[in-house]
Write a protein that binds this ligand. Structure first.
Ligand code: SAH
Length: 528
């Protein structure tokens, strides 16, 4: 039987807890939104052409150079040995390196990445309703998919402070049939500090954490469920009878990207064509060829200033001048030969845009999307007789299928800064290629289909955020608290320029059903 969403949510609402205002986060800025769309590091304005000789000479002159962070020094030493590195290697080191990555120990002991004292604020930290509605979304999928009585797994990738999972679990707890079907919770987290914060929130400060070959283990305060922390999703076992419910909120934007620019290479300078190059041998001598060039990271010249580097006006100049800059490789790299050829969407750029086309490719996003799809729909390596489960990916990026370009951002203390300033202390984030995620998921498993992306504002409104928030605001008692609840949810659905309701998107991966059943929040009804 099908019924309209609001009725189902009304039932759910009765057992939701009281409003707790997350007011400390209200005035802080999200990583994207509220007029923060402009001012990305444009490849065209900031890059220099890299030539092996000048790049290395710069480094030689840098022996006594003071680097802004220990990680910057380490990166410079690595580049001195290997030459300029792909942007993806730089991003990976800056975000999750053992020696002072942004999520792995670089920032001061007494603060984390989130909230007013941190660098940015995220939706679950703004309002509890966000996580509650994601819990309800999982519930609606569980109801629509034969209500498996065991084998359900909740998986979150990049769980931050654990707030979202806590709100999801508290919500599901109100539906004992689903709550009792959960076997385990998995959290994929690179940061030891955040892992501990998640454990404290979900299990209690006194709960012990043990280590095994798979990861770290503790017991959740909800239903005494086992929770397992791993550093990558690959460490979570896959089994055909499991029903995984997966959530990724502001995780994909932190995955490293490779960036490329399409150049026209004069015939005489043409390199031997790559295996995917269609040009015939004779055309090599007469017509220029289009080739992708990778953007690489190399040190800025010694003594650089914000002025000499032309730091864009949209980036704060309060940081020290950037230690590094993007340089365009003068010849093909390993990645430029195969990544831009890895999707028909990328290959089309040669004819639709031509020379000057820019391209961002995130191999890790494909790996995660493929993994989600295989868990839900099965794959040749992990056959699954009956697809089950669902994944919900919420992040920012184009909702119209365009490929992100120039999207690398540096964020520090709620300001946009150069992504190459103070490596390890600066958060890095990029736009998510939702169409690429959809392509990877459906390629990896015949047992899945993809819905969306839809704008976060539409998703949350269809999920009943307005009704839920009204109840919470009324229950809050004090007028001021009620107003804070109202302000928070309105912020999540704000569709104004740069508003969170517009720039954030939601995408769902579901068991394949020939498109007959649309999920709730994506235009579908609750199936009861
Ligand atoms: N989802 C949370 C946190 C977003 S911040 C929220 O919305 O509030 C990104 C999260 O992903 C952090 O928990 C960070 O430690 C984690 N993370 C970033 N890169 C990662 C990687 N490569 N592997 C695992 N976790 C990662």
């Amino acid at each position: 039987m099908k019924s309209a969403v609001p009725r189902a949510l009304r039932n759910a609402r009765r057992i939701f807890p009281r409003a707790s205002t997350r007011s400390s986060s209200l005035s802080s800025l999200p990583r994207l939104g509220n007029n923060r769309l402009s001012g990305t590091t444009t490849l065209t304005s900031q890059h220099r052409n890299f030539s092996a000789t000048t790049g290395l000479r710069d480094i030689d002159e840098d022996k006594d150079r003071k680097w802004s962070t220990p990680l910057a020094k380490q990166l410079a030493a690595a580049i001195e040995l290997t030459g300029p590195i792909p942007l993806a290697s730089f991003m990976r080191m800056c975000l999750t390196s053992d020696i002072g990555g942004y999520y792995t120990g670089a920032i001061e002991k007494d603060r984390d990445q989130f909230g007013l004292k941190g660098d940015f604020v995220t939706s679950p930290e703004i309002s509890q309703v966000f996580g509650e509605l994601i819990g309800v979304w999982f519930l609606t999928e569980w109801l629509a998919q034969e209500r498996q009585s065991r084998g359900v797994e909740l998986i979150e990738v990049g769980p931050g402070r654990g707030t979202l999972m806590n709100d999801v679990l508290r919500t599901i707890q109100s539906f004992p049939a689903m709550a009792n079907s959960i076997d385990a919770i998995y959290m994929v987290e690179a940061s030891p500090e955040l892992r501990m914060a998640q454990k404290n929130l979900l299990c209690g400060e006194d709960a012990p954490m043990t280590e095994s070959k798979v990861g770290y283990h503790s017991v959740c305060k909800y239903n005494a469920l086992p929770i397992v922390w791993t550093e990558t999703i690959k460490s979570i076992p896959i089994a055909p009878q499991k029903m995984p419910f997966i959530v990724a909120h502001e995780f994909f934007d932190a995955l490293p990207i490779h960036t490329f620019e399409l150049v026209s290479v004069p015939a005489s300078k043409s390199e031997a064509p790559s295996s995917t190059d269609n040009s015939s041998p004779s055309s090599k001598t007469t017509t220029p060829t289009l080739q992708w060039r990778e953007m690489l990271v190399s040190p800025t010249p010694p003594g650089s200033t914000h002025e000499s580097l032309k730091t864009p006006a949209t980036q704060s100049r309060e940081t020290p001048p950037p230690d590094f800059q993007l340089t365009r490789a003068t010849s093909s790299t390993r990645h430029s030969l195969y990544l831009p050829e890895s999707s028909p969407r990328f290959r089309a750029l040669k004819s639709t845009v031509g020379p000057g086309a820019l391209l961002e490719v995130c191999p890790d996003a494909s790996l995660y999307a493929s993994d989600f799809a295989a868990r839900i729909g099965g794959s040749p390596q992990h056959p699954k007789p009956k697809p089950s489960g669902a994944a919900l990916i919420l992040d920012y990026g184009p909702g119209d299928g365009t490929i992100p370009t120039n999207s690398l951002r540096g964020i520090r203390k709620h300001r946009r800064v150069s992504p190459f300033a103070e490596p390890g202390l600066t958060d890095l984030s990029v736009d998510v290629d939702f169409a690429g995620i959809a392509e990877s998921a459906t390629k990896a498993s015949e047992g899945v289909e993809v819905h969306g992306p839809v704008a976060q504002g539409d998703f949350l409104e269809l999920m009943g955020i307005r009704e839920r928030a009204e109840v919470l605001a009324k229950r809050a008692g004090e007028e001021e608290k009620g107003r804070a609840v109202e302000k928070a949810w309105r912020r999540l659905v704000d569709r104004g320029p740069g508003g969170m309701g517009k720039v954030y998107q939601a995408l769902a991966i579901l068991p394949e059903n020939g498109g007959r059943r649309r999920p709730v929040g994506f235009g579908g009804d609750v199936v009861q």
